[in-house]
Design a protein around this ligand. Structure first.
Ligand code: NAP
Length: 329
């Protein structure tokens, strides 16, 4: 048996990304790009593993921690880590790493693109031209809603939220934000304004959610929240699907409580092709591609590998979620 550590990667990654890991470890990998690793295989591999490189579609819970007798680190290919039970990982002495910073600008670009798409009816317009339905020009033909000089309300003014605010300011938007903690330095530097959650949703023309998914944010967008929004306003979700009660959003859209929605994330992913959202003209649905540029995904994969390498070599990782646990060692 090899004396090298064993690293298991739960989705196919390019060879050039994992080459360095192979210099000091044995590396196993689920070889399918499109399909998540089956649970039984993940459990089997975890039994042998010193490190796991996981995707946000992998549920990492007590069963995994119990199987992973040698497991020292889980590096998740995402900034969000709502798929991992952090408290239990810490209890089992397992470091959890993630990929903040490297995806900030790319995800903010996508969030602003979604805002443009819903406001200016871009997806609908593309469909219309492709389907041969473009018959003439007329004054209100495909007329959308302006972006410039409108109010954007960012819920979750973290790294991506701030990057989104900069994009919005470039479009002369008025920027409101809501966080649990006020950010006076950011208010001063960017000229953005703090609002309570109810005030933000009432005043904004575009409400964008960019919080992590936590017990506090789960289901925070309810029918009461949508009812408070302007009937002309749009809801954009680039956080995680479960921050919204999807039934309530559906109702708000059907009843005209809000003008439309731009969704990169869903409670169940991939979304069921029969889902009513997909039949609505005023909903733009994307397949969870917030950070999906080649440059950024490459940087995320490299960061995961580097974090694993550092931990397996008993050095301080670059981006660890349960830092207190690591410092306590
Ligand atoms: P971040 O820097 O940690 O920012 C998160 C922000 O949310 C913080 O400012 C935090 O401030 C705020 N927040 C936390 N709980 C809150 C609550 N209950 N109410 C209001 N605000 C709250 O993280 P980030 O890098 O910007 O990423 C944010 C999230 O975006 C990730 O967790 C992930 O779920 C999602 N994301 C999605 C994609 C995608 O592909 N669609 C890509 C990247 C990230 P306070 O602590 O002061 O409240």
């Amino acid at each position: 048996m090899s004396s090298k550590p064993y690293i298991y990667i739960t989705r196919k990654l390019p060879e050039e990304i994992i080459n360095n890991l192979c210099t000091f470890a044995d590396v196993g990998m689920w070889e399918k790009e499109e399909e998540p690793v089956p649970r039984e295989i993940l459990l089997q591999e975890t039994k042998k593993a010193d490190a796991l490189l996981t995707m946000l579609s992998d549920r990492i819970d007590e069963e995994i921690f119990q199987a992973g007798e040698k497991l020292k680190v889980i590096a998740n290919l995402a900034v969000g880590y709502d798929n991992i039970d952090i408290e239990l990982a810490t209890k089992y002495g397992i470091a959890v790493c993630h990929t903040p910073d490297v995806l900030t600008d790319t995800t903010a670009d996508l969030a602003f693109s979604l805002l443009l798409m819903v406001g200016r009816r871009l997806a609908e317009s593309v469909e219309l031209v492709k389907s041969g339905e473009w018959k003439s020009w007329s004054p209100l033909f495909m007329a959308g809603t302006d972006i410039h000089h409108k109010t954007i309300g960012i819920v979750g003014m973290g790294k991506i939220g701030e990057a989104l605010a900069k994009r919005a300011l470039g479009f002369d938007m008025n920027v409101l934000y809501h966080n649990r903690h006020r950010k006076m330095d950011v208010e001063k530097a960017l000229g953005v304004h703090y609002r309570s959650f109810p005030d933000l949703v009432t005043e904004s023309d575009y409400v964008v959610c960019l919080t992590p998914l936590t017990e506090e944010t789960r289901g925070m967008f309810t029918k009461d929240v949508f009812r408070k929004m302007k009937k002309t306003a749009f809801f954009i979700n680039v956080a995680r699907g479960a921050v919204v009660i999807e039934e309530d959003l559906l109702l708000a859209l059907r009843e005209g409580e809000i003008a439309g929605a731009g969704l990169d994330v869903f409670e169940k992913e991939p979304i069921d092709p029969q889902h009513p959202f997909l039949k609505m003209k005023n909903v733009v649905a994307l397949p969870h591609i917030g950070s999906a540029s080649i440059e950024t995904r490459t940087a995320m994969m490299k960061l995961c590998c580097r974090n694993i390498e550092l931990i397996l070599k008993n050095e301080k990782p670059i981006s660890i979620v349960n830092e207190a646990m690591f410092l306590a060692k």
